[in-house]
Ligand binder design. Structure first.
Ligand code: BMA
Length: 314
């Protein structure tokens, strides 16, 4: 019996994990991980997977499934590849997409990391069908990543959660825009803690925020740097619906971390890194898709109400 046994289990690993690996790919791929996720209008689950090739560069590829677990139909070539002619900031690849459906636009917004000599920055693309994309290019300059758009405007402006790097640490911020191109009104949302904490020095948004009656539920990752390398774990916070820069609650303990062999071992061991989720028709059952050890894609399920209850009991 380990200590771990006494903590609440809020996210449950799916027995079919890992649900997607490079060997499932219809073309040569080294690893597949850190996928954005959404439910299409016809109920299909779409994962926009980060695929790394043998140069070490990543692109994005869509996989579709009726049940979000198996039977994946994977695009036979990259769905969104770096376009270095028009967007030189994508020279070393594009990574870690987060998908938000924006009702007002009738489009999905994909915030992703564009990686080049100046470092990683945040790029944005819109799409209606994950086949044609309207690229906005870099919207947050390097060094910045872990970004997702909110599904609706806040006080008349689009809002983007993101994670700029700073000498004082890597903290989560929110910025606002009238047109998705010009961004301002930057506010600190959640700071990395210090010292021995699991989320000391570096935190980042994981999947896009989840809207609930109590507030925006945020799953965020914390990075613990140890003598043996980094540990990527997940925590919870709740943000005010009208003023998302106001953090209403933050859990002290992490709720999910690398334990299974496919999370412990891989190209980058000890990483559980969700970039997307879907919610079932009951409005409560949550399917969290996460990159496992920068090598494969796994699924964990939970209940939004249970996550909220846990956060409020803290
Ligand atoms: C982060 C991101 C993720 C990656 C993680 C672990 O900084 O780059 O894409 O999964 O590191 O390597």
């Amino acid at each position: 019996m380990t200590d771990r046994g006494r903590y609440d289990v809020l996210l449950h690993r799916h027995p079919a994990n890992p649900i997607l690996r490079a060997s499932d790919w219809p073309y040569p791929a080294h690893t597949v991980f850190n996928a954005g996720a959404t439910r299409l209008h016809d109920g299909t689950t779409l994962l926009l997977c980060r695929v790394e090739d043998r140069r070490g560069h990543s692109h994005l590829c869509a996989a579709r499934s009726a049940n979000g677990i198996d039977g994946w139909v994977i695009d036979d070539k990259p769905t969104l590849a770096p376009d270095i002619e028009r967007f030189p900031e994508e020279l070393w690849g594009i990574e870690d997409p987060r998908i938000t459906y924006v009702d007002e636009l009738g489009k999905y917004a994909i915030a992703y990391t564009a990686y080049t000599k100046g470092g990683p920055g945040v790029a944005l693309a819109l799409t209606e069908d994950f086949r044609h994309f309207e690229r906005y290019g870099l919207i947050m300059q390097p060094d910045d990543k872990d970004a997702a758009l909110l599904p609706r405007k806040i006080d008349g402006r689009y809002a983007l959660v993101h994670r700029p790097m700073h000498d004082s640490g890597a903290h989560i911020w929110i910025s606002y825009s009238p047109d998705l191109r010009n961004w301002g009104g930057h506010k600190l949302v959640l700071h990395a803690r210090k010292g021995a904490w699991w989320d000391a020095n570096k935190v980042g948004l994981s999947p896009p925020l989840i809207e609930t009656k109590r507030g925006w539920l945020m799953l965020y990752h914390g990075v613990r740097v140890t003598a043996a390398g980094c540990l990527y774990r997940l925590g919870l916070a709740l943000l005010d619906l009208d003023h998302p820069e106001r953090c209403l609650a933050r859990g002290d303990a992490w709720i999910f971390g690398p334990e299974a062999p496919y999370e412990r071992n891989g190209d980058v061991g000890n990483v559980a890194f969700p970039c997307g989720y879907t919610i079932d028709a009951d409005g409560d059952s949550l399917n969290v898709y996460y990159g496992a050890a920068d090598t494969s894609i796994a699924l964990a399920t939970g209940s939004i109400n249970e996550l909220l209850r846990w956060l409020e009991s803290q």
